[in-house]
Design a protein around this ligand. Structure first.
Ligand SMILES: [Zn+2]
Length: 539
């Protein structure tokens, strides 16, 4: 008999056998029945709680398939520089932060983007030094592929004119060879590793708060990515496990492991899918190239204002990693943003996958992260190789001006979600939070309109690549379930699946798509239990 019955709702089940329904019954964390009000309410027993949904729209719990959860959770302790309108504004926030720290203590922040400033020029250490002579300071750019540090941070990290660039990283230098304070890609880790780590308690309370924030946004799961260099891996994995053992992990976490650790993963016998319904080992994450913002994405043709970017992991190494991982039952998840990176990576998959035995495939498909620029000849190659495209619609609307600047006319093939879908590719949607907002309704809005939330540009940016709202919702529900090999457990409101669902204040399928970004979650149910409800709803 059910613990909870929800009725008088408008369910978009994502189950093609039963796409619409009005009621569902939940028991022991799973979905017992999906149907119409009368038949479902007949299942009620004396202890069954019943909630009248008042005709509201119901979706399966949303899953973000590209999320840096640990960085997001801990980043909220530092300065949030997202949407800062100018360098002066950032400086003002840093100035205020100096009042809250003692001498020698770090000031950490993230989210600035010089392209949004009146003078879109990269800042340097001098822009921080007068404010922070005694406090090492690091401020990540919004894409996390570039960081801005002050002289004190350079000094603490031992970065001088005589030090050479690390592998896969660049220390920007002035004319005299002195570091400017801008660090790219893995050069950031030279500083990152000298920042004192948060305590266990700090980490746990930040993660707990972030899980609650996720529920408020309608997220019941994340595919948790690793930062390049993988140094966030162990503390994040430990924190997830502690929360799990304390029964506080009300989130479906699919945990990526750093690609650099493949040998250890194989030596331990870990496979993709190990874990339980709360916390599972996903695949390994590695990087084929950089990002468009810092012009480190690897392109077939040069950027309009820079070179052609660069590969971050040599292709023969990627080929070796994919084949070893595949044979060991481990999925790979490979960041490829530039069209050259996408093409070379597809060549590697096409070369490597057919050579593996059929009996050893991982439980989840391999996937390509971002697929931001792609040549038309390459778009159709993902589906036949069984590759999932993990894409972030909100990047398209956040970055359209920068993309036009970097790529000119070639942006007609940027974020080509419609073309990818038309070739039969499974799209799994996400935000890349904290690179972009984690709000999934902002993602659905961006996918369906290709417009910013202020309605610009009219008609949408490259609107031929729009998805429908239905397709975008699928990309936040069944898409991630497919990507994790969990389509029998998650992703739709189907009897036997996990009871994760959300109730919305408006019907996102019926309203004009431009209004979707403002949708609010009224109720989030995780594992059959309400983990968030808006004031006054469902009490
Ligand atoms: Zn990412």
């Amino acid at each position: 008999m059910p613990d909870l019955i929800l009725f008088n709702g408008k369910l978009a089940t994502q189950d093609p056998n039963f796409p619409d329904a009005t009621a569902l019954a939940l028991r022991d964390g799973s979905i017992l029945a999906v149907g119409y009000d009368d038949e479902t309410r007949l299942l009620a027993q004396s202890h069954t709680q019943c909630i009248d949904l008042g005709g509201r729209r119901v979706l399966p719990g949303l899953v973000d398939s590209h999320f840096h959860f640990y960085d997001w959770a801990l980043g909220q302790r530092g300065l949030s520089l997202t949407d800062t309108p100018s360098l002066d504004d950032v400086r003002e926030q840093v100035r205020q932060a100096t009042h809250k720290v003692v001498s020698g203590q770090w000031i950490v922040g993230q989210g600035w983007n010089e392209n949004a400033w009146p003078h879109p020029k990269l800042p340097d250490r001098a822009d921080l030094d007068d404010l922070t002579p005694d406090n090492p300071t690091i401020l990540w750019r919004t894409d996390l592929h570039l960081a801005w540090v002050n002289s004190r941070a350079l000094q603490v990290a031992g970065i001088t004119a005589s030090i050479s660039d690390p592998d896969m990283g660049v220390i920007d230098r002035g004319e005299s060879g002195q570091p400017t304070g801008i660090l790219r890609e893995l050069a950031i880790n030279l500083v990152r590793r000298v920042i004192p780590p948060p305590t266990t308690d700090e980490t746990e309370s930040a993660m707990r708060k972030a899980i609650a924030d996720a529920h408020r946004l309608g997220l019941t799961g994340v595919h948790d990515m690793r930062i390049m260099g993988g140094e966030d891996g162990p503390p994040a994995f430990r924190a997830w496990q502690r929360l799990r053992s304390e029964k506080e992990l009300d989130l479906r976490v699919w945990m990526m492991l750093p690609g650099e650790r493949l040998s250890e993963v194989i030596a331990l016998g870990l496979r993709t899918g190990f874990g339980d319904d709360h916390l599972r080992v996903g695949g390994i994450k590695l990087f084929a190239d950089g990002a468009t913002g810092p012009r480190t994405a690897w392109m077939l043709e040069p950027f309009e204002d820079a070179g052609s970017g660069m590969p971050l992991t040599p292709l023969d190494e990627i080929a070796e990693i994919i084949s070893r991982a595949h044979r060991a039952g481990i999925s790979t998840s490979i960041h490829a943003i530039g069209d050259r990176a996408v093409r070379e990576l597809l060549d590697v998959f096409a070369e490597v996958l057919p050579r593996q035995g059929g009996d050893v495939r991982p439980l989840a498909p391999h996937r390509v992260e971002h697929v931001q620029h792609s040549h038309p000849a390459d778009l159709k190659r993902l589906a036949p190789l069984g590759l999932v495209a993990s894409v972030q619609p909100i990047h398209a609307t956040d970055d359209m001006a920068m993309m036009d600047h970097a790529c000119g006319d070639r942006t007609r093939l940027a974020y080509a979600f419609r073309d990818l879908l038309n070739t039969g590719t499974v799209l799994s949607l996400g935000s890349d939070c904290p690179v972009a907002s984690p709000n999934p309704f902002w993602g659905i809005h961006a996918a369906a309109t290709r417009q910013r939330r202020d309605g610009t540009p009219p008609g949408g940016w490259r609107p031929e690549q729009r998805l429908t709202v239905t397709e975008a919702v699928w990309g936040y529900t069944m898409g991630p379930a497919h990507a994790a090999g969990l389509s029998a457990r998650q992703g739709s409101l189907t009897p036997g699946k996990l009871a994760d669902l959300i109730v919305l204040d408006r019907d996102i399928f019926a309203i004009p798509p431009r209004e979707i970004y403002d949708a609010q979650v009224l109720l989030t149910i995780f594992g059959g239990r309400a983990v968030f409800h808006a004031v006054g709803f469902g009490d």
